[in-house]
Design a protein around this ligand. Structure first.
Ligand code: PEP
Ligand code: MN
Length: 337
């Protein structure tokens, strides 16, 4: 349920409504808007009886929110949200490109790739220090040493860092170094991790689980907002289907589907979404054409020796070409890149 306050309602009227909601054993989340403040109510199992609220001073109207997700929905906040990642706005008119290797492998490898993607015009740098790997025998990431290398890359290029947080134990350590915490596909429904990043007050890049419905995806984002962190960017990274020409099926139709329901920005990841280098460029153009707010692209200067996801990594010069083509598509969409 959403309590919409009158445009003239003052702070004390708003506080009084919040207080009343909390006394009902529910959670109140103020949502400031251009004209007026709305207060989202969550924590209820069934419908909330509005009679105690509708006559309070300053209350304009009470809107029932029908969807299971509340804070992430357009019913709660009509305008698109803009999330700032280290000063880079995601969800505005500029299409944001997050680029970098799958994994931080060494300082030399990371800095080389960081320089090349920065020169080509990437806006954020990525690289995993903690890697979720299917096999326990695969490279698991450099951990803390990897985070320190990422901090060096930021120092040198000025690009804010997006890196994965694998578990609650290392979340605070990752948050110390990262500008944005990536929650990967395999962790999309790790509810204790979602709650943890919800309390960390750092932007979160939440990737869609490989078999998650849109409702499950948005409910996972809801966990983060329910803890008080509304700096969430969603990311479509492909789902499992019967297709065998591609690692995953990049579900680009999820982008307008999510945008219709939610105010949160959403990016596309054609690297994991296809798993094949030659498909990354065409799917990147398509993702911008369907309205993605950003792209996540894996780049490696020596993909044949990469410790993870080499087959889907673009060479730096291919990435520069991608940037040029994406810029052209962005212009058609009334945006820039
Ligand atoms: C990654 O971004 O390197 C990654 C592991 O992605 P996903 O969680 O989408 O598989
Ligand atoms: Mn990867």
């Amino acid at each position: 349920m959403l309590v919409v306050m009158d445009a003239r309602a003052d702070r004390s009227a708003i506080d009084h409504v919040i207080d009343t909601i909390e006394k009902m054993g529910l959670k109140a989340t103020p949502i400031p808007g251009a004209q007026r403040v709305a207060i989202g109510i969550t924590g209820n199992r069934g419908t909330v009886d509005p009679t105690g609220l509708e006559n309070l001073p300053g209350v304009l109207e009470i809107i029932p929110v029908s969807a299971p997700y509340k804070l992430v929905s357009r019913e709660m906040r009509e305008a698109k949200s803009i999330v700032s990642i280290g000063g880079v706005p995601v969800g505005g008119s500029k299409v944001v490109v997050v680029a970098g290797p799958c994994a931080v492998e060494s300082e030399e490898q990371t800095l080389e790739i960081a320089r090349r993607v920065a020169a080509a015009g990437a806006t954020l740098f990525r690289g995993g220090a903690y890697k979720p790997r299917t096999s326990p025998y695969s490279f698991q990431g450099l951990g803390l040493a990897g985070l320190k290398i990422l901090a060096k890359a930021r120092e040198e290029t000025g690009l804010p860092i997006v890196t994965e947080v694998l578990d609650t134990e290392t979340a605070e350590e990752v948050a110390e170094y990262a500008d944005c915490l990536q929650v990967g596909a395999r962790n999309m429904q790790n509810f204790s991790l979602l709650k943890k990043v919800g309390r960390l007050r750092k932007p979160v890049l939440l990737k869609r689980g490989m078999s998650a419905t849109i409702e499950e995806f948005l409910l996972s984002a809801e966990y983060i907002l329910a803890e008080g962190n509304d700096q969430v960017v969603l990311c479509e990274r492909g789902v499992r289907t019967f297709a065998d020409h591609t690692r995953n099926t990049l579900d680009l139709s999820s982008i307008p589907a999510v945008q219709r329901i939610s105010h949160l920005p959403i990016m596309a990841d054609p690297s994991h979404g296809t798993g094949k280098r030659h498909k990354v460029l065409p799917l990147s153009r398509a993702a911008v054409a369907v309205g993605a707010d950003g792209l996540l692209i894996e780049v490696h200067h020596k993909p044949e020796t990469a410790l993870s996801d080499g087959p889907q990594a673009l060479l730096p010069e291919q990435f520069a070409d991608l940037m040029n083509q994406v810029r052209a598509v962005a212009v058609v969409m009334g945006r820039s890149a």
